[in-house]
Design a protein. Structure first.
Length: 385
């Protein structure tokens, strides 16, 4: 988490937020037909940079959808709302970083809604000795160990239960708790980011008692049934071959992350038996794990197979390998946005039945790491001592 960023909170009228005349004109997005938002607005006379959370929270606050930006620019929509409701008050949160020319405007919210401010959240997490916490884009994510339940093994690998709390510091959304498992040999944290393993924390209506719900979760959170279900899904993954469809789902996710630059495309040189190895691409490492499926099934493109057919064809890895590959990348290599997408993949995969559930009769020898680097190798050696 950035130690230099500070946060400012306040209440303003909607008329105090304006799009300056010199703002850059809207242009169509390269991926969608929606228009890109302006890069600057003013809060009073102070220039600020609006974030995605600002535009999203504005939609929720005033009851319109993102589709409107396909036909009107963000500036037109914002100016129209300001004309119709100039005296409506909103609470704002500014992220002030010395590395940025202007503060970042995070979400706007109802001034009467409860809010957990940044300093209050970090103080609470330190008091309850969170294992780790980081700030990114209006949200603090913290890792915790439940009070009950110790280490356990899945097919010879050591695990321990954890839970992750995501707390918004700009009053946009409620804090949420996600169940997670930590693979101890390589410190991979697999967070099940899916509604099946998620619970929300109600903050109430006033800021005076807003921390009570989060404090109660940190003090005594324990979801034995949820952790048992998550553990069962991981155990089942060791006995299930990954289908071509499941491999393709993760492959498409990786391609998207590489294109958005949320993960490195190549990884640095490593040493093995005294010889230097050339940098390896992420997709090459993934293909080495999953196998050359195009050659296996004699196809130039696996998309030529229907999704139904892909679900019945096995790959060279098990679902457990997919989970570990995704969690390794999310824990050690991905940026925060990329990590969330990978954890969402993990949560979605374990919340349903695997395509080839229970088709592998014997356990395999699991690899500590799939994407090799010198730092990972050193970590594994320390864990094994």
């Amino acid at each position: 988490m950035s130690a230099t960023a500070t946060f400012e909170y306040g209440v303003c009228r909607l008329r105090d937020l304006q799009v300056p005349p010199s703002a850059e004109p809207a242009e169509p997005s390269a991926k969608t037909s929606a228009l890109k938002p302006t890069r600057s607005i003013t809060l009073g006379d102070r220039p600020v940079t609006p974030s995605k959370r600002f535009w999203h929270s504005l939609q929720i606050r005033f009851g319109f959808t993102h589709n409107i930006f396909r036909y009107f620019s963000h500036e037109e929509v914002f100016q129209r709302i300001s004309q119709k409701a100039p005296d409506d008050k909103v609470r704002y949160c500014l992220e002030v970083s010395p590395d940025a020319d202007t503060p970042t405007l995070l979400a706007v919210s109802n001034p009467k809604a409860a809010v957990l401010q940044h300093d209050d959240v970090t103080s609470l997490l330190r008091r309850y000795r969170a294992k780790d916490f980081q700030y990114h884009d209006g949200m603090i994510r913290s890792h915790h160990t439940p009070r009950h339940g110790g280490p356990f093994t899945i097919s010879g690998d050591g695990f321990e239960a954890q839970y992750v709390v995501e707390t918004p510091i700009d009053a946009f959304g409620r804090p949420a708790v996600y169940l997670a498992l930590l693979r101890r040999i390589c410190s991979n944290g697999a967070v099940a980011m899916t509604p099946a393993f998620r619970s929300e924390i109600n903050l109430g209506r006033s800021s005076a008692d807003a921390s009570f719900g989060v404090e109660r979760a940190l003090e005594g959170f324990n979801n034995e049934e949820g952790f048992a279900a998550l553990r069962q899904r991981f155990e089942s993954s060791t006995r299930s071959w990954a289908s071509v469809h499941e491999v393709n789902r993760l492959a498409r996710t990786l391609v998207g992350l590489v294109q958005s630059k949320d993960v490195p495309t190549r990884f640095g040189q490593t040493k093995k038996d005294g010889e230097k190895r050339q940098p390896e691409s992420l997709l090459t490492a993934f293909g080495r794990m999953s196998g050359d499926l195009t050659s296996t099934y004699g196809l130039a493109n696996l998309d030529a197979l229907s999704a139904k057919r892909q679900r019945t064809l096995p790959s060279a890895c098990r679902v457990y390998d997919l989970l570990n590959f995704a969690s390794e990348l999310a824990t050690h290599h991905a940026k925060p946005e990329g990590g969330k997408r990978l954890h969402a993949f993990i949560g979605d995969l374990v919340s349903g039945e695997f395509d080839l559930e229970g088709t592998a009769e014997q356990f395999a020898d699991w690899r500590d790491f799939f994407v090799e680097s010198s730092a990972d190798t050193a970590t594994a050696k320390r864990k094994k001592r």
